[in-house]
Design a protein around this ligand. Sequence first.
Ligand code: NI
Length: 186
Amino acid sequence: MEIYQSLQNWSQDTYIKAYKFAAHAHQGQKVPGTEISYIMHLSFVSMEVIAALNVEQEYDGNLALQCAILHDTIEDTNTTFEQIKTEFDEAVANGVLALTKDESLAKHLQMADSLRRIKEQPPEIWMVKLADRISNLQAPPHYWTQDKITQYREEAIEIYEALKDASSFLASRLAKKIEDYKAFIE
Ligand code: NI
């Protein structure tokens, strides 16, 4: 039997462990405006990261993928920083925390604050934020106003400008999504 020596820089077992943790944490949550399980979003974000890792092999794929899968656990579930640190490691917990909005701040300050904290993290964490917004630039929920949609696109440009240097692969994919998103603005 031949052992395939790939250039893959992440492990399926690490992925599965993080995915199970996230699936439990987000249990019962739905993609906003739909009846679809929330974890579809985590599948999409991690898929975008895997696509980037295929061509940008200098990155720590396990760090990027664990943070991709866990990125909303502190923000949207009862999961704590300490739990992630214990179950995974400190780098993953720090990454997820940086990807978490600080809700004690006024809403209009939250994105700039989050981007500032992400930029203090390794590029793998920047990649997750790029992948997250790529995944979210699909058809907006039916109840969003034109103002909200326009603002969401502007925020995406802000994310692109702040984080594009981490991954030219994800940056160019996000740029394309930002362009396509114009179709939702009347
Ligand atoms: Ni997300």
